[in-house]
Design a binder for this molecule. Structure first.
Ligand code: 5GP
Ligand code: ZN
Length: 112
């Protein structure tokens, strides 16, 4: 997607603070952190929203989810973390490239 800012981050056309990368996913620090640790986990393949994912993306989505604990632990979140996926305008999604938020550490916003 030519006009997708997260695709541009993956391509290195927009700078980002990368914390992890493999053949399928790219992980970087949120530019406007809502907690001491606030990361975004994105697939290198452009999928706009979670509700655009299909069965053909099943192994990719599983890889994203199963990578979260080690990514969180690598950033010092050894006591747990929160994951959020905003989907569509009704879910508060602002960037139309699927992303999983990882939040944790001090200054974690209340949610209960
Ligand atoms: P959403 O509301 O779509 O779930 O979250 C999008 C997130 O992307 C927001 O938390 C926002 O701060 C972050 N974000 C938007 N543009 C950029 C950017 O250019 N670089 C980084 N690192 N984060 C961004
Ligand atoms: Zn994209």
């Amino acid at each position: 997607m030519d006009d997708c800012i997260f695709c541009k981050i993956i391509a290195g056309e927009i700078p980002s603070s990368r914390v992890y990368e493999d053949e399928l996913i790219y992980v970087f620090k949120d530019i406007n952190p809502k907690a001491s640790v606030h990361l975004l986990v994105i697939p290198k393949q452009h999928i706009a929203r979670l509700d655009h994912a299909t069965q053909e993306h099943a192994s990719l989505i599983a890889h994203m989810m199963l990578s979260l604990p080690k990514i969180a632990e690598s950033q010092g979140l050894d006591n747990g973390f929160r994951t959020i996926i905003n989907t569509g305008p009704g879910g508060g999604q602002e960037v139309d490239h699927l992303h999983i938020h990882i939040l944790g550490g001090a200054k974690m916003p209340g949610f209960n």
